[in-house]
Design a protein around this ligand. Structure first.
Ligand SMILES: Cc1cc2nc3c(=O)[nH]c(=O)nc-3n(C[C@H](O)[C@H](O)[C@H](O)COP(=O)(O)O)c2cc1C
Length: 265
């Protein structure tokens, strides 16, 4: 994860990498659990009855600490760290865009991302920095009003993560990652062929946020986009185009075909 000084990124200033040599730390860990298969289990307490409350009543006596996000001397990055460690898991929107001149292509991950409505299908993205210091993805989205939201699977997580580097001008994250572009139907940006689920989307609105601690300082931009086409891999979708198989969605064995679902027809 790298970022230039001109493009704000809390993760850079957060210094949240606890390992000076991450590869060394990683080597000491057990390998990724590819043998762990998805299986459905019971709720923690299937016989729970209304009014019974929490499953472990002893936790009720543990005290809470009140935290004022604007306490004197508390830097904004502490709120960033608190939020990204407390709001988990978060989905990651892996966003494909094209520059306003139609030439440059861009691919980057954003974890300030979620679905917020299904009719119409609406999604939110949060960008660090204001309009003036916009990341390429936001700049492209503002210029073209189009993007593709790709959902990440374990199968290409390293490649997706790598696209968060601040690529030099003229260098596309597509080639840096080794991921494959596939043509979209309704928007110009390509979708990621490796993604089990992709959403072609058009910009609905944006709103710029201002710091409460430093009035006038622009700190972020929210973008709401509307899904106009869905793409789901054939081996992950049922006949009606309704349910995505979570086992495939999460780890996805190799199958290239995708099926187009037109949510407007
Ligand atoms: C997993 C992950 C999640 C990220 N989430 C966000 C986010 O929600 N908002 C943001 O502004 N940057 C986020 N970043 C950082 C951007 O991906 C990074 O700044 C990237 O260089 C932006 O690319 P662009 O300038 O090509 O748009 C995230 C990075 C990673 C690896």
């Amino acid at each position: 994860m790298a970022d230039s000084a001109s493009k704000p990124d809390a993760s850079a200033s957060a210094k949240r990498k606890p390992h000076p040599d991450f590869k060394k730390a990683e080597a000491s860990r057990p390998p990724f659990g590819l043998s762990t298969k998805l299986h459905f289990v019971q709720a923690p307490k299937p016989d729970w009855q209304p009014g019974q409350g929490a499953n472990d009543p002893s936790n009720i006596s543990t005290k809470h600490r009140e935290i004022d996000p604007y306490a004197a001397g508390r830097p904004a990055v502490h709120n960033y760290k608190l939020l990204i460690s407390g709001i988990v898991p978060r989905p990651v929107g892996f966003v494909s865009t094209v520059a306003g001149d139609g030439e440059g292509t861009n691919l980057a991950p954003f974890s300030y991302f979620n679905v917020l409505n299904h009719e119409p299908p609406l999604f939110v993205l949060g960008f660090s920095g204001g309009y003036e210091r916009a990341k390429d993805t936001l700049r492209n989205l503002l210029a073209t009003e189009e993007c593709v939201l790709n959902i990440i699977t374990e199968e290409y997580i390293e490649a997706a993560n790598y696209t968060s580097i601040d690529a030099p001008a003229g260098v596309s994250e597509w080639s840096l990652s080794g991921l494959h572009p596939a043509r979209s139907k309704m928007v110009k940006p390509d979708r990621v062929q490796e993604a089990v689920f992709s959403i072609e989307a058009k910009l609905v609105e944006t709103r710029e946020w201002e710091s409460r601690a430093v009035p006038g300082k622009k700190t972020g931009v929210m973008a709401i986009v509307e899904g106009v086409r869905f793409w789901v891999r054939e081996d992950a979708i049922d006949e009606e185009g309704v349910l995505i198989d979570l086992a495939v969605r999460l780890s996805c064995p190799n199958h290239p075909a995708g099926r187009l679902i037109d949510n407007r027809s």
